[in-house]
Design a protein around this ligand. Structure first.
Ligand code: SF4
Length: 244
């Protein structure tokens, strides 16, 4: 091996060792392999997939597999009035995931979250953040439309939220943004009003979460766009910190 390559290799090893030591000091005890063979079986929900020797025994399930399991889901009564299950769209490796409440009429018809006027406003917010809809992932807590757009009931949340958790563990985003009162209160198990929840970092399933207003609320209350932009600036700052 040429001397220059040998020197580069040595420096890389030193950098990796320093990184692992930093992680150990932070209390991180496991490092997950990036390239887990595709032919391993998908891990059951909640299973990390490393055996005692640190070898991968299973791989992360994919969004397609989770979607296939929902198929014609009848786990709660929301199945009765829906036209389509609205699973989610976007980048399966997104750094940022937006989570809303539940599909509305247009989303139910098209099978896609955040379409219509509120969806176009969300697209503009994402664009202002320097991204496109395809760069992020967008989904809802509930995958089927509640009748008359009422809030989902506790048993409906209980039936559907495990699929959101599985989506997030398949994507492993750096950050989550919850959109609107219901999504924030549901994910955070906190009944505080939106004007107290928004703008403050919280966590959902170990991932930092920023609650902000729903784009449909902004259409009715355009003055609150400024607050949403303040929240998104915090999100952009944290994404930049992750990238550096
Ligand atoms: S809301 Fe979720 S749990 Fe209920 S029927 Fe639809 S996909 Fe299934």
């Amino acid at each position: 091996m040429p001397d220059e390559d040998r020197q580069n290799l040595r420096e890389t090893i030193i950098q990796i060792r320093g990184l692992l030591e930093d992680q150990r000091d932070l209390g991180i005890r496991e490092v997950y392999p990036e390239h887990v063979p595709d032919d391993l079986p998908a891990c059951p929900p909640g299973v990390q997939g490393l055996d005692q020797g640190g070898e991968a025994s299973c791989r992360r399930e994919t969004l397609e597999e989770i979607r296939a399991e929902l198929e014609n889901c009848r786990r709660c009564d929301l199945c009765k009035g829906r036209r389509n299950i609205v699973f989610g769209v976007g980048n399966p490796r997104a750094h940022l995931v937006f989570v809303g409440e539940a599909p509305g009429r247009e989303e139910d018809e098209k099978g896609e979250p955040f379409v219509g006027e509120a969806g176009r406003l969300l697209d503009r917010i994402i664009f202002a953040m320097g991204m496109r809809r395809e760069d992020v992932y967008i989904c809802n807590v509930e995958k089927c439309r509640p009748p008359h757009n009422r809030d989902p009931l506790p048993e409906e949340i209980e039936a559907c939220e495990p699929f959101l958790k599985r989506q997030l563990s398949a994507i492993r985003p750096q950050l989550i943004v919850s959109l609107g009162r219901f999504a924030a209160q549901c994910l955070l198990r906190d009944k505080a009003p939106m004007n107290r929840l928004r703008g403050h970092w919280r966590e959902y399933e170990g991932t930092p979460l920023m609650p902000t207003y729903h784009p449909a609320f902004l259409l009715r209350n355009p003055a609150s766009k400024r607050e949403v932009w303040e929240d998104m600036k915090q999100v952009m700052k944290r994404l930049r910190e992750h990238a550096s």
